[in-house]
Design a binder for this molecule. Structure first.
Ligand code: HEC
Length: 111
């Protein structure tokens, strides 16, 4: 009986770990920027968190410059049903541009 519940527990754990690693990961340099600005606290790549998944953002087909502008000054009307994102003007433009290009690359790959 004990052995059996242990088996179920480890099966569950394995499933969880597999699910976690199945999430796409950004390239290291992009991930660093996302972490530095705490974007990942509200955004995941494939699933909705506080904010929309980056893959969903990619479907909007913004130009990278538009995404930079939206990071600095979000437009919550683009995302009905979500709380508004706080403006993040402190994110340097070149950081924001790297993130923007990476976000757009998610759409190209998913096709
Ligand atoms: C406190 C939570 C939070 C943090 C931190 C956060 N976001 Fe957001 N983000 C949101 C929410 C909620 C939305 C949807 C509502 C909105 O656009 O205002 C959003 C929307 C977006 C959009 C879509 C804009 C649009 O108009 O389509 C992009 C791009 C984005 N975030 C990028 C980022 C990046 C990059 C960072 C880090 C520099 C970041 N976010 C940090 C919550 C957050």
């Amino acid at each position: 009986m004990h052995m059996r519940s242990l088996g179920i527990t480890s099966l569950l754990l394995t499933t969880l770990i597999l699910a976690a690693t199945a999430q796409k990961k950004p390239p290291a340099d992009v991930e660093k920027i996302l972490q530095k600005h705490a974007c990942l606290a509200c955004h995941q790549i494939e699933t909705r968190l506080v904010g929309p998944a980056y893959q969903e953002v990619a479907k909007k087909k913004y130009k990278p410059e538009q995404i930079v502008a939206l990071i600095h000054k979000p437009d919550p009307s683009h995302w009905p049903g979500y709380p508004p994102m706080a403006p993040m003007p402190q994110v340097p433009k070149e950081d924001a541009l790297k993130i923007a290009k990476w976000i757009n690359s998610l759409a190209a790959k998913k096709k």
